[in-house]
Ligand binder design. Structure first.
Ligand code: SAM
Length: 369
């Protein structure tokens, strides 16, 4: 069955329900979209849609415990409102109860596979000509517990925002060599490839994060390689503390990016040094403005005037004001300029169904020489 075609993407609550399920959003969120889609209750039609587009496509290996929780809540919701539960849903729930009991006990799996769907409205720039491009789906293997030690294996909210920024202004990144610090699961890099950056270099200081990032790039059909190979996405191990100036100069990026990398005060002097070396490395202005033409929009000119040269875009949540002020002081000491872009530009909301992502807490800064 061509289930993708049957999905009624003209009904936002249907699209949002399926997208939220694939992103493993909290089960209550998915069920509230299901209720909305059914006009107040989870009707048999809605259940059938859930069956075809969510349950039957899910992968027990990666989503088992989530599926079981979701089905339990869904069945309770339908029964408590006096509705009839489809046989398929009951049967599936029973089968999960049996098969997952042993599976979870033996593995205690803390990795899941989420599908993040960026939903582009029709009028999004750069996507008009191809209806199939109305969404970008990114598969990410990630950790379920942010605080379990492998920080870089979780998806942090600023990487959603930085990805939306890239997809809102694709021309800023097209044909540019982009370098990301602290790349984590690799979401930003996948978006940079999507908007046709000429080269994407992702870096992280943690080996298990790098290994997981490579898995994610492969899951999304991107080839990975080291710095010297001809592949499109390059993954490099780059601890900020030990990155040498020579190594950093070798990357020579046009644009530097970072999401949620401002949180540990002890790392900040090293991170700012890395940013300063990457930003100050000589390169002619004509190289940097290459690829920009008369179509450049006023917003793009505001974000990145050609005279500014190389820039870094850093998105983060200000969790501790002292850490933030320390970062600002280090940037100033390094003779770099910093501008808060958050209120100045309109970053599109391509993830309207992702209720666990609170974009209002995120700030986007531009840093340049
Ligand atoms: C909070 S996570 C953010 C990950 C990703 N950018 C995101 O937003 O989902 C911080 C990332 O920075 C990396 N990191 C932290 N300290 C680092 C250091 N000193 N050198 C290099 N990478 C570091 C971590 O391994 C992790 O991947």
């Amino acid at each position: 069955m061509a289930a993708e075609e049957e999905l009624n993407i003209s009904i936002p609550s249907c699209l949002h329900m399926v997208s939220a399920f694939r992103a493993l959003e909290p089960t209550d969120v998915v069920i509230s979209f299901a209720r909305e889609f059914g006009g107040g209750s989870v009707t048999e039609n809605v259940q059938s849609c859930i069956w075809h587009h969510c349950i039957s496509k899910a992968d027990l290996k990666w989503q088992g415990p989530y599926l079981r929780r979701f089905l339990k809540k869904l069945i309770l919701e339908i029964e408590s409102s006096g509705g009839l539960v489809l046989d398929e849903l009951y049967e599936q729930y029973t089968s999960y109860m049996i098969s997952l009991r042993d599976y979870v006990a033996s593995k205690g799996n803390s990795r899941v596979l989420k599908t993040i769907s960026f939903l582009f409205p029709n009028e999004s720039r750069g996507f008009e000509s191809c209806p199939k491009s109305r969404k970008l789906e990114v598969q990410l293997r990630c950790s379920v517990n942010m605080l379990e030690g492998d920080t870089g294996c979780s998806i942090w909210p600023s990487s959603f925002f930085l990805s939306e920024f890239i997809l809102s202004f694709p021309e800023l990144f097209a044909n540019k060599c982009c370098f990301e610090v602290g790349s984590g699961v690799g979401l930003v890099g996948i978006c940079l490839s999507h908007v046709k950056a000429s080269k994407v270099i992702l870096s992280d200081g943690d080996f298990s994060t790098l290994a997981n990032m490579k898995v994610n790039l492969e899951l999304n059909h991107l080839r990975t390689g080291n710095q010297t190979s001809g592949n499109i996405v390059h993954c490099v191990c780059l601890p900020w503390e030990s990155a040498s100036e020579d190594d950093l100069r070798g990357f020579s990026p046009d644009i530097i990016l970072g999401a949620d990398v401002i949180y540990d005060p002890s790392c900040l002097p090293h991170l700012v040094r890395v940013l300063a070396v990457l930003l100050k490395h000589d390169r002619s202005d004509s190289d940097l403005s290459a690829g920009r033409d008369s179509d450049t929009s006023p917003d793009e000119l505001l974000i990145h005037p050609p005279a500014e040269g190389r820039v870094a875009y850093i998105a983060f949540v200000v969790r501790n004001i002292d850490t933030f002020n320390y970062f600002l002081a280090l940037v100033e000491q390094a003779n770099l300029k910093i501008t808060d872009l958050t209120e100045k530009i309109q970053v599109s909301n391509f993830l309207p169904y992702l209720r666990s992502y609170n974009r209002s807490t995120i700030r986007l800064f531009k840093i340049h020489v």
